[in-house]
Design a protein around this ligand. Structure first.
Ligand code: GLN
Length: 545
């Protein structure tokens, strides 16, 4: 039966709870255990699908098509375990399920309350599909003390009681700030945060203390004494040069040992950390550097492109180069300003990522054109692929009115809306003007790769792939002949041949556009072939310039 580790955060937000949870997952895995990670988010949105990436960061999509929090991306990158719909839920989803039941009359006239109905639904969701796992790590979003997270904390308190310490552990991540005027690290915020948890009936057994410098033994003892934990269970979590060094760091501080000790499991012997040592070694000892321009709209917010950023780093690990990212706002190419284009001179690769809405598109199209004309490696992802298609249609195929219906009705819908969908034998209907939540093509779908294509070579010769999607519009297959005659080849299609999944240019050193999001499946220990291929092409380009 699975053991549950509940991970809460205190003092301030943005302490990196997701990385902490993912790193513990990696450590337990390196000890030979089977792990699964979950995230509970205390907001009322049913899922993050309709939330702005400006506010909430990237929407991470699972194979089974759930739109989830970006922390699930960290979980997958650190453990390689593919997350599912069951691994993320929000207060909104819990409430909507309970309210739907209430409407159906399932509560037989009883009063429906936060305790026990909401907390029962939370407990059920936490324990669903956990059979066969040794550990389930459950991260509670938000900061202890928020009104929002109370039902979640109450539910895990109850679970702790029901399962007992043999099957549950509370781990609390806090901040130990350095106060320059005193020249000291301060433990009081940690003490208060643990007090707050205690007032809710939760005694954490392990504290992970974020600090920007080593925690003196004295402070460690003080935290242990005041927070009622063993001194060895006060684990310093110092700032790291790379997120991928965190598992090694936590291991050195004894985190896995303390977790196993708590569960009365043997903690002798060492976990197999070779995978992490190799990754960190490659990151710290690059043999060169390439510059990639990422031309997008949300470029001022790194979290909006979290997986993309990581996947590019993974591509660098594959070639032992440092990948320097130049985040360029596409709108700078729209004023006809020649100086703006110079921003792209000398970069070794140009990437146009996913995006929504018309603003900034003209600039993205200009960036595609620049990459095509200057023979700079180009990678278009989702919206970026759609822009590459529009660029070819307008500038090469003689279709000046080519556009996407995403920007309004147009004469030449080279990219358009499909109102009907085939998934297995289930037909999903989409209506124009319907709900925005849950109306996209989401999750893993297969694509067939054309023989002799660059993309097939990039994927190591396989004929069929499965990749994750998140988009509403599709490249219109009706334009295939005209676009191919102009040099843009459709080298990957849905198995029924209706949906263009991949385009490429045989007359260009490396030019690929994909309708899906390959960045969601890239791992530091298993870089996605498209990112490895793109960075490989950038390395060649760097030798040329
Ligand atoms: N806006 C485009 C669509 O909905 C692309 C989406 C994306 O890049 N994820 O089809």
């Amino acid at each position: 039966m699975a053991r549950f580790v509940f991970i809460t955060g205190g003092v301030v937000s943005s302490l990196g709870k997701g990385i902490a949870a993912a790193s513990l997952g990696a450590l337990l895995q390196a000890r030979g255990y089977k792990v699964r990670l979950r995230k509970l988010d205390p907001y009322l949105n049913v899922d993050p699908g309709t939330m702005s990436p400006y506010q909430h960061g990237e929407v991470y999509v699972t194979d089974d098509g759930a739109e989830t929090d970006l922390d699930l991306g960290h979980y997958e990158r650190f453990t390689g375990v593919a997350a599912t719909r069951a691994d993320a839920f929000t207060t909104g989803r819990i409430y909507s399920e309970v309210i739907a039941k209430e409407r159906r009359g399932d509560y037989l006239g009883g009063t429906v309350q936060v305790i026990p109905h909401i907390t029962d639904a939370i407990k059920e969701a936490i324990q669903a599909e956990t059979e066969g796992y040794d550990f389930v790590l459950v991260e509670i979003g938000g900061t202890v003390g928020d009104i929002e997270s109370l039902p979640f904390l109450e539910a895990i308190r109850q679970m702790g009681n029901e399962l007992g310490p043999q099957r549950s552990l509370f781990l609390h991540l806090t901040l130990v700030p350095y106060i320059a005027s005193a020249g000291e690290l301060k433990t009081k915020p940690t003490q208060h945060s643990v007090k707050e948890l205690l007032s809710l009936g939760i005694q954490p057994q392990i504290l992970l203390c974020r600090a920007d410098r080593p925690l003196p033994e004295n402070e460690r003892r003080k935290i242990a004494l005041f927070c009622n934990v063993r001194p060895e269970s006060v684990i310093p979590a110092l700032d790291a040069d790379s997120i991928y060094s965190v598992p090694l760091q936590y291991h050195a501080e004894g985190l896995d040992r303390e977790v196993l000790r708590h569960f009365n499991l043997s903690f002798y012997g060492e976990p197999d950390m070779r995978r992490w040592e190799r990754i960190v070694h490659a990151i710290r000892n690059p043999e060169g550097e390439v510059t990639i321009a990422v031309v997008g709209k949300y470029t001022n917010l790194l979290d909006a492109y979290k997986s993309l950023h990581e996947a590019l780093i993974h591509g660098g690990i594959a070639h032992r180069v440092r990948v320097k990212l130049d985040w360029v706002d596409s709108q700078i190419f729209e004023g006809g300003d020649a100086a703006a284009v110079q921003r792209l001179e000398g970069v070794h690769g140009i990437l146009v990522p996913g995006g929504f809405g018309e603003r900034g598109t003209q600039g993205k199209i200009e960036a595609v054109r620049f990459a095509r004309e200057r023979r700079i490696p180009f990678f278009g992802i989702c919206f970026g692929m759609q822009m590459a298609v529009i660029e070819a249609a307008r500038n090469q195929a003689g279709i000046p009115e080519a556009s996407s219906t995403e920007f309004g009705p147009c004469a030449e819908p080279v990219v358009g809306l499909l109102t009907e969908w085939q998934r297995g034998n289930m037909v999903e209907k989409r209506r124009e003007g319907g709900d925005l939540g849950g109306t996209m093509r989401l999750g893993a779908y297969p694509a067939v790769l054309a023989e002799g294509s660059l993309v097939r070579e990039v994927y190591g010769g396989v004929a069929e792939i499965r990749e994750r999607h998140r988009h509403r519009y599709e490249v219109n297959i009706a334009y295939r002949e005209r676009l191919e005659a102009a040099g843009l080849v459709f080298s990957g299609l849905s198995p029924d041949g209706v949906l263009p999944e991949i385009v490429e240019r045989p007359d260009h050193p490396w030019f690929i556009g994909v309708q899906y999001h390959p960045e969601l499946r890239s791992k530091p220990f298993d870089p996605h072939p498209l990112f490895a291929g793109f960075i490989g092409a950038a390395v060649k380009q760097a030798r040329l310039v």
